[in-house]
Write a protein that binds this ligand. Structure first.
Ligand SMILES: Nc1ncnc2c1ncn2[C@@H]1O[C@H](COP(=O)(O)OP(=O)(O)O)[C@@H](O)[C@H]1O
Ligand SMILES: [Mg+2]
Length: 444
């Protein structure tokens, strides 16, 4: 992509409404544009990041055996009356009346809708288990939308729902999602710690939140230090095998959010291993048994013919919130530092003297070579001064910079800079291109 054709409205000034680094940087890097409190347009650079996050979430859901579908954002109120959540959900629910005066709502979550779909088609225990998900916009009329996309009103969520014959089987679905989440966040370069959590309006009795430790996090959390650096289960996990030992390993040590924190249990953790911190919730898993299936009559016939309400769980990942969470976890005073897997472009090309024949030619050669190798670089072909180009490229956080200018070219050299370490290396253009191609085409 050539910057001259792109739409990258970066800001020099720090917007005054932004109180945390990720919000500031997303606005300054031209990733998002606020439309109303907690409602954002995703500009091209932000949209690429959102799609990269979404794709990793999707791949790990599929690997864990979940099946993708798509439900609408607008839901009929009747479904929610059946579960008695229509009134109970309160002011967070955006209620809409259509032209026929029918009550509708913009979905804050989809337990009711998918339970409704399930009961329309699945009548026998033979249909079980089922594990379905979608990635769709949600609306919750939060009292205090803040921190940009971290606590929005409209936000993108992956939500999965499981249907099983009994608690033991439901536990297996829960474990699948639990393990899939750990792999998902690890692929994004995030250290997410599963912690026991309150079930809130979703209900039920078993729940874990996946928490990224960050000073700007909204929740107070308490955990055993060893959990923070515990390796992820790995992409070669056998999801058809017994996942319980992997889950047990990660739930044996103390970890809890503020709402369910047990001070006595925490004090039993050796003092040097006690971590009391703040965290960002990037995902949550729930097992709630028959809370929805009973009132909504989602039952299956057992082998003997008796009817059994299905045991359910639901599993959310805050796809749009993660864009902010990654920046909170990975930035410095110069801007964002994208992990390779999430970067909107993996390489930025900086032309230090736009209009100078040899420099333009070398940049053009580099650009085409990378495009042909399947690496879509962002080529800064603007007329801006070198200093402005350097600071913009650092701010938007692309992992690698290829810097080309007349002085180096005189000796046949260009520079590669790694954004994270700041390390620079001078080398011939050919070698630089080979190196960048190698780095960018290894799968992450
Ligand atoms: N207002 C919001 N803005 C952005 N992301 C959100 C918001 N509310 C929830 N999420 C994300 O969606 C995930 C699933 O939501 P859920 O656990 O049902 O909501 P809550 O945490 O409000 O009970 C959360 O873990 C979080 O990452
Ligand atoms: Mg939650």
């Amino acid at each position: 992509m050539r910057l001259s054709r792109y739409f990258l409205p970066t800001l020099k000034e720090t917007p005054s409404e932004a109180r945390i680094a990720s919000h500031r940087l997303m606005l300054r890097a031209g990733m998002i544009h606020q439309e109303a409190a907690g409602i954002y347009s995703w500009l091209p650079l932000g949209f690429k990041v959102l799609q990269n996050i979404e794709q990793i979430v999707r791949e790990e859901q599929n690997r864990a055996g979940a099946v993708e579908m798509l439900m609408p954002t607008i839901q009929p109120a009747e479904l929610w009356r059946e579960s008695e959540r229509y009134e109970a959900y309160g002011k967070e629910m955006l209620r809409i009346t259509d032209r026929h005066k029918r009550e509708m709502l913009y979905g804050p979550t989809n337990e009711e809708m998918l339970t409704g779909i399930f009961r329309s088609y699945c009548r026998s225990y033979k249909e079980l288990p089922k594990l379905l998900y979608h990635i769709q916009w949600k609306f919750r009329d939060e009292v205090r939308p803040r921190f940009g996309v971290m606590r929005g009103r409209e936000f993108l969520m992956k939500d999965a729902y499981s249907f099983d014959i009994d608690e033991a089987a439901a536990r297996k679905s829960y474990n699948r999602m639990f393990i899939a989440y750990l792999n998902t966040f690890a692929r994004m370069g995030l250290k997410a710690v599963p912690m026991r959590a309150e079930t809130g309006p979703i209900g039920g009795d078993l729940s874990h939140e996946f928490i990224i430790l960050a000073d700007t996090g909204e929740s107070a959390v308490y955990c055993h230090k060893d959990l923070v650096d515990m390796p992820s289960p790995g992409l070669d996990v056998d999801f058809e095998g017994d996942l319980q030992p992997l889950v047990d390993e990660r739930t044996a040590l103390y970890a809890a959010t503020e709402d369910v924190h047990d001070e006595d249990a925490f004090m039993a953790v050796p003092e040097d291993k006690r971590l009391s911190a703040r965290g960002i919730e990037v995902g949550q898993v729930f097992y709630f048994g028959t809370k929805y299936s009973k009132p909504m009559k989602a039952t299956v016939a057992l082998p003997g013919g008796a009817e059994q309400a299905v045991h359910m769980g639901s599993y959310g990942v805050g796809v749009s919130r993660i864009a902010g969470a990654i920046i909170e976890a990975s930035h410095d005073e110069n801007g964002i530092i994208w992990p390779m897997a999430i970067a909107p472009f993996k390489v930025g090309i900086i032309n230090l003297r736009q209009g100078e024949v040899a420099t333009d030619a070398a940049c053009e050669e580099a650009y085409l070579a990378l495009v042909n190798a399947g690496v879509d670089p962002l080529y800064d072909d603007s007329e801006d001064r070198a200093g402005a180009k350097f600071s913009r490229m650092d701010m938007i956080g692309l992992p690698w910079q290829l810097i080309i200018g007349p002085r180096g070219l005189k000796d046949g050299l260009v520079e590669i800079k790694e954004r994270a370490s700041g390390d620079r290396q001078s080398l011939p253009l050919r070698d630089a291109l080979n190196q960048l191609q190698d780095i960018c085409t290894v799968s992450v």
